[in-house]
Design a protein around this ligand. Structure first.
Ligand code: RIB
Ligand code: CA
Length: 304
């Protein structure tokens, strides 16, 4: 997994740890919700607290490819983990995040599932260093973009793609086996604060504390008393594809627009030949069985 831990990244990591379908071989971190030192420290603390300090964490890109870093501390809190307090990490990062991605994809071609839940800077850097390396993943599942729905951090842009639009453009242009899980799907899955409050599992107290500022933000801005599970839904698309409906769309990402940087541009013109289309065809998640997803997430993360 490649993360910018952040609250929903943490929830996705806990879902990965609680899911027998996957072996989490390592985590690379990137600047996103909060700067890299914090996303890295948050990830080290979370894995240690969950009893999985054996899973190595690799620190990746400090800043986006071109643009200045933006952060989302207003949503995730100053630390990036809301009001949660986890013990200090006793381990340090195991190495460089981009090198981890390159090494893992090159030594286990066709075997790895790469799930990216932050800005795509590390993936773009890996692809630039070894062109075609992302194709060695069995699948690259990305939480990012907004295809047929408005953005969140900007009218037409979702945060991860807004934070590093050049990286998003380069990754979507790679020939990797991509699944794009944008706000179209993730905003269909809301965890109500009442449901979260009622949970009593080992992770519940952490989740309740971590989610506080996200719920406050969503309540104030979207009048939803809860939070949308963006990153867990992206992992869900990798674990349980049967819960998702995707559409094969020709997409590219705007990198220069003052108002539109990070926008996913879809070419749906009634052209005679696809050869004339913008971008390339990508499987975009457009629907998810939110009831079954929430049941699985609650069972695995909030109640055990
Ligand atoms: O737009 C939602 C995405 O941006 C999530 O991955 C969240 O963690 C932030 O990174
Ligand atoms: Ca994230």
């Amino acid at each position: 997994m490649d993360v910018d831990t952040g609250v929903d990244d943490a929830l996705a990591l806990l879902l990965a740890l609680a899911s027998p379908e996957v072996e989490l071989v390592g985590v690379s971190t990137v600047t996103g919700n909060v700067p890299l030192p914090r996303t890295t420290d948050n990830t080290l603390r979370l894995l240690q607290w969950a009893g999985r300090a054996d899973i190595p964490v690799y620190a990746g890109a400090e800043r986006p490819l071109v643009r200045e870093a933006v952060a989302a501390a207003a949503v995730h809190g100053a630390t990036g983990l809301g009001a949660a307090q986890l013990p200090e990490a006793r381990t340090a990062p195991a190495g460089d995040g981009v090198e981890f991605l390159l090494r893992t994809l090159q030594t286990r071609p066709g075997d790895m599932l790469l799930v990216a839940t932050g800005p795509l800077t590390n993936l773009a850097r890996a692809e630039a260093r070894v062109p075609g390396v992302l194709q060695r993943a069995r699948q690259v599942v990305i939480m990012g973009g907004a295809v047929g729905v408005p953005g969140n951090i900007a009218p037409t842009a979702e945060f991860n793609f807004y934070a590093d639009p050049h990286a998003a453009h380069q990754v979507l242009a790679s020939a990797a086996e991509l699944v794009l899980v944008g706000l179209d799907a993730t905003e269909q899955v809301g965890l109500a604060s009442a449901t979260l409050r009622a949970c009593t599992g080992a992770y519940a107290a952490f989740c309740q504390a971590a989610c506080q500022p996200v719920i406050a933000f969503e309540s104030a801005h979207y009048e939803f008393a809860g939070l949308h599970l963006h990153d867990p839904v992206a992992l869900g698309a990798a674990l349980w594809p049967q819960l998702f409906r995707t559409q094969r769309l020709w997409v590219d990402v705007e990198t220069a627009g003052d108002l539109t940087a990070g926008q996913v541009v879809v070419d749906q013109r009634p052209l005679a030949s696809d050869q004339d289309r913008l971008g390339r065809p990508v499987a975009c998640a457009v629907d998810v069985d939110q009831t079954r997803f929430l049941a699985l997430f609650t069972e695995r993360v909030l109640t055990p």
